[in-house]
Write a protein that binds this ligand. Structure first.
Ligand code: NAG
Length: 116
């Protein structure tokens, strides 16, 4: 019975570490022939003492459809932010990336968006 209990505890622990709030690098990429870079830039927001820092990056294209979105943490992973798409995304001509830092940390990401 003890090993069964331990197994359940392990599963719960595993679910916790896989929760979306812990997501670090963001990748949603289905590249297609002829894609080009639509947007490339760094998101740099300084930390605020004992606070969570958030930032929204809206990107819209004239008429290109987005096929690939990557947001790569450019600082050690222990201080990475959570990244999510809050509107648009792949298959659309716009996207909003939402960044939320850990408390007491800033936001340091390289973002690349491509499509055609
Ligand atoms: C982020 O972009 C900068 C400037 O282009 C580059 O020097 C750095 O290596 C990039 N970091 C990552 C993790 O891709």
């Amino acid at each position: 019975m003890h090993t069964m209990l331990q197994l359940v505890i392990d599963m719960v622990t595993c679910l916790c570490t896989a929760s979306p709030a812990k997501q670090r690098d963001y990748t949603n990429c289905s590249p297609q022939w002829g894609d080009g870079v639509i947007y490339q830039g760094a998101v740099e927001k300084p930390s605020k003492l004992l606070q969570v820092v958030t930032f929204d990056l809206p990107v819209s294209t004239a008429n290109a459809i987005i096929h690939c979105i990557t947001a790569v943490n450019s600082k050690p992973s222990s201080t990475a932010a959570a990244v999510s798409v809050t509107s648009g995304g792949t298959g659309y001509n716009f996207v909003t990336l939402h960044f939320q830092s850990d408390r007491n940390h800033g936001i340091h990401y390289n973002v690349t968006i491509s499509g055609r």
